[in-house]
Write a protein that binds this ligand. Structure first.
Ligand code: RP5
Length: 164
């Protein structure tokens, strides 16, 4: 899946991560951000993973959202091979419910950062919102869209009612 001239890369370790990672893609689409999305497995496709990371910056990618589950090497290994900011999304795993994913992404040793988000759908959506916020620092139109998103969200919360 690709849109023209992507500025955000969304990668994941398996197609089984898509249910979660599509939440990042939905947000990028909502804000009209050109993106690319693909499977890049750290342990099954290490050569492609390095190539993806090494070429990302020269291809115009300004943020990489990387989701993986279990022993989730993908975000950290991509971050090791590029200075493009990496936003890590821990994907829920079958036996440890994503706590393994979270810890293996968040506990990067000093020197190679991975901005790490919540396990699952909220993390994927927030990774996209953070990438958008970063892009908005140099794009006033995008900043206005982000402000409008927040206003709408606030109003939706104010309009909430309870069945009492
Ligand atoms: C990781 O292993 C992927 O990110 C995925 O979360 C997990 C399981 O992958 P599959 O066995 O479903 O392909 O590499």
């Amino acid at each position: 899946m690709n849109s023209s001239t992507p500025v955000v890369g969304v990668v994941m370790g398996s197609s089984s991560d898509w249910d979660v990672m599509q939440n990042a893609v939905s947000v990028l689409k909502e804000f009209g951000i050109p993106f690319e999305a693909q499977v890049v497995s750290a342990h099954r496709m290490p050569d492609e993973m390095f190539d993806y990371a090494e070429t990302a910056r020269s291809r115009g990618i300004r943020a990489i959202i990387a989701g993986a589950g279990g022993a989730a090497h993908l975000p950290g290994m991509i971050a090791a091979k590029t200075i493009v900011p990496v936003f890590g999304v821990p994907v829920p795993s079958r036996y440890l419910r994503g706590e393994d994913s979270l810890l293996s992404i968040v506990q990067m040793p000093k020197g190679i950062p991975v901005a790490t988000f919540a396990i699952g759908e909220a993390g994927a959506a927030n990774a996209a919102l953070s990438a958008i916020a970063m892009l908005a620092t140099t794009d006033e139109t995008l900043a206005e869209k982000l402000e409008a998103f927040r206003v709408k969200q606030t109003q939706a919360a104010r309009d909430m009612t309870l069945p009492v």
